[in-house]
Design a protein around this ligand. Structure first.
Ligand SMILES: CC(C)(COP(=O)(O)OP(=O)(O)OC[C@H]1O[C@@H](n2cnc3c(N)ncnc32)[C@H](O)[C@@H]1OP(=O)(O)O)[C@@H](O)C(=O)NCCC(=O)NCCS
Length: 179
């Protein structure tokens, strides 16, 4: 049977922690972020199964766009991780497509993320600064700040992305200098 993508359930907790810790090789920092999001602003949490095992995870959580008229609810796609032994088999792309489909169902106008344009550019994302959005941190490389405009996006919805506090309390915005 081919890979399937389905909503994450409680029984997936340990598998998702292991996937994210292995994928990011970070001793659990991103896994802890993912769990904190689930306890708060998470709106969509999906896993990909390959064979008998859970092999990938993606999450969408609520953040805001500080637009001139008002704060607009938007979604942030983070984290996305695929277990190293399953990378390169299409699971990552499948998880992103499923997340965007869920975002469309929720009538979200915009989905933001930080990531490699080489990967996300083929999946509906483009440079957010080129569309006039302001990055939430000077520590995010310009090309990495990306957005997928959805059907409900109106041109007045411009301004700065404001991450939910979970990203800040976990210091999970942008890249830190190693100096
Ligand atoms: C990034 C990640 C989620 C991709 O998942 P995946 O299942 O390996 O991706 P897919 O198999 O769907 O797609 C693989 C394709 O994307 C490309 N790709 C993967 N990671 C890439 C990256 N960082 N930059 C550019 N291209 C990338 C591969 O070269 C491959 O291209 P091909 O189809 O032309 O051969 C996975 O590599 C991962 O978990 N990485 C570690 C954690 C991470 O960086 N997460 C994303 C943070 S923004």
């Amino acid at each position: 049977m081919g890979p399937i993508v389905r909503p994450q359930v409680l029984a997936d907790t340990d598998a998702v922690r292991a996937i994210l810790t292995d994928a990011f090789a970070d001793e659990g920092h991103v896994a802890t972020l993912a769990e904190a999001l689930l306890d708060g602003p998470s709106r969509v949490a999906l896993v990909a199964e390959a064979g008998d095992e859970v092999a990938g995870h993606v999450q969408l959580s609520r953040s805001w766009l500080d637009a001139p008229r008002r704060l607009v609810d938007v979604l942030v796609l983070s984290p996305l991780g695929v277990a190293p032994r399953h990378q390169g088999t299409g699971l990552g792309a499948q998880l992103v497509r499923a997340a965007l489909k869920a975002a469309a169902t929720m009538k979200t106008p915009l989905v933001f993320l930080e990531g490699d344009p080489g990967f996300y550019g083929r999946l509906g994302f483009e440079r957010a600064d080129k569309l006039g959005f302001t990055s939430p941190s000077v520590r995010i490389p310009e090309a990495a700040f990306q957005v997928a405009p959805m059907a409900g996006w109106k041109r007045w919805m411009t301004g700065a992305l404001v991450y939910s506090d979970v990203f800040w309390t976990h210091d999970a915005v942008g890249l830190r200098s190693t100096d």
